[in-house]
Design a protein around this ligand. Structure first.
Ligand SMILES: Nc1ncnc2c1ncn2[C@@H]1O[C@H](COP(=O)(O)OP(=O)(O)OP(=O)(O)O)[C@@H](O)[C@H]1O
Ligand SMILES: [Mg+2]
Length: 366
């Protein structure tokens, strides 16, 4: 690894989207959206297939024009600027390398297109390849490389001309799990070294949580929630966010007069809110790692919630075991607990109590 040099001196840039939207015929691929990407930020667009992630990238890159709204680069309106002049680099999932060109020529391509002198091209390509760990691969053709190496060429070709903003659309989607994790680390390292603003697309929530400064979670053409990985995980706004990011137990009920939530006849749980109209519908969430499994007669602390039931399923997945308990009032509550040896594990059908603290109960928008 090489320290940052004069090449790619980090002059990070901002992107501002104002009421940007894209309609294809009757499909609103993106509803009017406001979004600001900060200097040197690693922002991830996360969301299910068809939620508008690629559409948003294409609008920023200029590959497609918006139906409404404006795009600003450092406060300057670039909505009508041709793609080439926006200075926005793109890394694609399918690498999009030119098969008949060598690694060197693939990486040199954007510089040649910009008519840079040969000496500069040689220097910049050499350094870009060094940054992605491909020194010595200059003369190979893409088909003589592994998937991970091809993706590195794609990244080198993007960083070689120091674009103002780098966008990556599912760049690791075609790689296996181990390689994906390794490349995640490398992309993060590159981001630290270059200091460039990066907009990254994935539908893998773990990848998003691991890599991003902020995550923009998309749902059918709309921003469901924008926030830090912590905010999305610990304070999901609604059911969609709670279910898409991490695992969740959802419990619905009504607010009762004493500030608790009634979830079944004669069964209430403590929730961390008080100002709700009595009888109003509530939806709350508890993460499985905040749920404990205990004996039916175990005392519960004052601010604790508990429900009795029996073990429905128990899956040992290495370091943790996922236990689902069917409660007496018909809920399925999943707990993720540290694994113990088989002889000490709770058996299916065993009578148990699930317990969690009121503070770990998150109230969602209904
Ligand atoms: N050129 C097009 N013409 C018509 N509809 C389109 C076009 N491009 C995208 N769409 C539609 O817009 C919606 C958003 O598509 P988009 O490609 O942005 O989704 P995505 O979030 O990138 O999904 P994926 O994770 O599958 O890549 C989809 O319903 C898609 O079918
Ligand atoms: Mg896409």
């Amino acid at each position: 690894m090489r320290p940052a040099t004069s090449f790619n001196t980090p002059t990070a840039h901002t992107i501002t989207l104002k009421g940007i939207s894209k309609i294809y015929g009757s499909v609103a691929a993106l509803q009017p959206t406001d979004l600001g990407v900060e200097k040197s930020e690693f922002l991830t667009l996360l969301g299910p297939s068809g939620s508008g992630k690629t559409t948003l990238l294409n609008l920023i890159a200029g590959a497609t024009g918006p139906t409404t709204g404006a795009i600003l680069l450092d406060g300057r309106d670039i909505t009508q600027t041709p793609p080439r002049e926006r200075g926005i680099g793109m890394v694609f999932q399918n690498y999009a390398l030119m098969p008949h060109m060598t690694v060197f020529e693939n990486v040199a391509y954007p510089l040649r297109a910009r008519r840079q002198p040969t000496k500069i091209i040689r220097e910049k390509v050499t350094e870009a390849l060094e940054r992605v760990g491909l020194t010595g691969f200059e003369d190979r053709k893409p088909r003589q490389l592994s998937g991970g190496q091809q993706q590195r060429v794609g990244i080198a070709r993007c960083i070689v001309y120091s674009p103002a903003i780098i966008m990556m659309d599912e760049p690791l989607g075609a790689l296996d799990k181990n390689l994906r994790e390794q490349m995640q680390g490398e992309i993060k390292r590159l981001h630290r070294e270059l200091g460039t603003t990066i907009i990254y697309v994935t539908h893998d929530q773990e990848e998003a949580l691991n890599m991003s400064d902020r995550i923009c979670l998309m749902a059918v053409g709309k921003v469901a929630q924008l926030g830090t990985p912590d905010e999305l995980y610990f304070q999901p706004r609604n059911r969609f966010v709670a279910e898409f990011v991490g695992e969740s137990n959802l419990i619905s009920g009504q607010m009762s007069g004493d500030g608790t939530m009634l979830i079944a006849q004669n069964q209430s749980i403590a929730v961390p809110i008080s100002k709700r109209t009595e009888g109003s519908e509530l939806l709350v969430m508890v993460r499985p790692e905040n749920v404990r499994i205990c004996s039916i007669d175990e005392p519960i602390e004052a601010a604790g919630n508990f429900l009795n039931g029996k073990v429905a399923t128990s899956s040992f997945i290495g370091g943790t075991t996922r236990v689902t308990v069917e409660t007496e009032n018909g809920l399925n509550i999943t707990a993720k607990v540290m694994s113990v040896r088989a002889e000490s594990r709770r058996k299916t059908g065993a009578k148990v109590r699930v317990a969690w603290s009121a503070a770990d109960t998150v109230v969602l928008e209904t």
